[in-house]
Write a protein that binds this ligand. Structure first.
Ligand SMILES: [Zn+2]
Length: 444
């Protein structure tokens, strides 16, 4: 195998990631007349500037939903599907450094987005740059597509697929190695109910994160404290507020997290009755596979259902539970939704769909999958088979696309968490794999 990556590419990629992390590109819909906020608009512009500095032709959607950078020749188009938005920083006190200033400590790069997805996007970009610097000739066009609301509703890529050329094949560097050939269906929904005169709270952030804390502030605090103590839950009391702690995880790994909202609800329900608390405490329990509520939902291709209570609002006027479900590829989604609606209505709650994404499934004998798998195996010696995931990547927005890297099976998975980080050695290894992959897929 040829060597494409030079030492200076390693320096360039780190400063490129640092440059992009400096934009706090969390979705703020409609801010300053942009679709998803000023920082997202700015990071899109700056990423395209960076790409054109590297010799790519760039295009920015006039509405600001997406942009792309293209290089190479030929009728075939290899898409590399990236995103530039990030989830909120979470609990700032748990960060050892500013989330929006990427810094190197102990061989890792820390910052929001270094793993999801600014770091992997740059690894793929600089891999192609390294191929160019080596004088390789592309027989396909390589197009980096930069989405801007991946962490929320994917309106960017919906707009892209409506308006732009369809790729011949592609991959999303937004998951783990080796190849992910199946992604669970994604369903986000809200359960609406009545308000409460005695209870007001607002907990949770993004749909796709298991909430790591949930705060109650009000007259029940002093009664709540001994209950939480007897339940053995971690919490902190401050003035007339109490914050219950959990463990943040991406929704796809919800069963590995600890849901702070569920724990707060378990405490509160001893003191005040409310349908939303009942649904959480009696219906779901601390079972993030949803089995308590819906029975066991599982298939061999993609594993368990993941059922995350992402957020809870209760106020005078209404209550709202926000749910994020990752559904096994072979599950009957219509039946699942019907059951969820029914059980919600048993608790007096009304089901409203927020977002739904079909699952992804590309057969393992597909040429793209086999090429990417052999690149990964040749480069690492790791024979881990291609796999299924509960994550949702842009790969499912186009036919013949899969997710590929940039985390390794043994890397710390810190996406969406405080102190998000990526090992420098992983960045370089990923860059090397992407260079070889693009070489085999799109060079002479
Ligand atoms: Zn991502």
């Amino acid at each position: 195998m040829k060597v494409f990556i030079q030492e200076f590419h390693k320096e360039q990629i780190i400063s490129a990631i640092q440059r992009l992390v400096a934009f706090p590109s969390v979705c703020h819909e409609g801010e300053n007349g942009t679709p998803f906020g000023q920082a997202i608009s700015d990071v899109l512009t700056d990423t395209l500037t960076l790409c054109s500095e590297l010799g790519f032709k760039t295009y920015r959607d006039p509405d600001g939903y997406y942009g792309y950078a293209e290089i190479g020749e030929g009728s075939d188009l290899l898409a590399i599907l990236c995103h530039l938005d990030v989830v909120p920083e979470g609990d700032l006190s748990k960060w050892d450094s500013n989330p929006f200033e990427a810094v190197i400590r102990d061989g890792n790069l820390y910052g929001r987005g270094v793993q999801d997805d600014k770091g992997p996007s740059m690894a793929a970009l600089f891999a192609v740059k390294a191929l160019m610097d080596s004088g390789e000739k592309l027989t396909k066009r390589i197009r980096f597509i930069f989405g801007t609301d991946e962490e929320t509703l994917w309106r960017c890529l919906r707009s892209f697929t409506e308006k732009e050329e369809q790729a011949t094949m592609g991959f999303a560097p937004d998951a783990t190695f080796p190849v992910i050939y199946a992604e669970k269906g994604l369903l986000q929904a809200r359960l609406l109910g009545s308000g409460s005169k005695n209870l007001s709270l607002e907990a949770g952030e993004a749909y796709n994160v298991v909430p790591a804390k949930a705060t109650y502030q009000g007259h029940l605090t002093s009664d709540l404290v001994p209950i939480l103590t007897s339940l053995g839950f971690a919490f902190e009391e401050k003035a007339d507020a109490v914050t219950v702690f959990g463990l943040a995880k991406h929704t796809k790994d919800a069963p590995l997290g600890i849901n702070a909202i569920v724990r707060l609800a378990k405490g509160l329900t001893e003191l005040v009755k409310h349908p939303a608390l009942d649904f959480i405490v009696k219906g779901v329990e601390e079972d993030a596979t949803g089995a308590q509520l819906l029975g066991k939902i599982w298939d061999e291709e993609s594993g368990h259902l993941s059922f995350n209570i992402a957020a809870l609002t209760i106020n005078n006027e209404f209550s709202e539970i926000r749910l994020d479900l990752r559904i096994p590829v072979l599950a009957d989604v219509e039946q699942l939704v019907a059951e969820l609606k029914e059980v919600a209505s048993d608790y007096g709650l009304t089901y409203v769909e927020h977002d739904y994404l079909d699952p992804l499934y590309v057969p393992q004998d597909n040429e793209l999958v086999s090429t990417l798998m052999s690149v990964y195996q040749d480069k690492t010696g790791d024979m881990t088979p291609a796999k299924a995931s509960g994550g949702a990547t842009f790969a499912r927005t186009m036919p013949n696309c899969v997710a590929f890297g940039a985390c390794f099976p043994d890397s710390d998975k810190t996406e969406h968490q405080e102190n998000e980080h990526i090992a420098l050695s992983d960045i370089y290894k990923a860059m090397d794999i992407y260079a070889e992959a693009v070489y085999r897929l799109a060079c002479e």
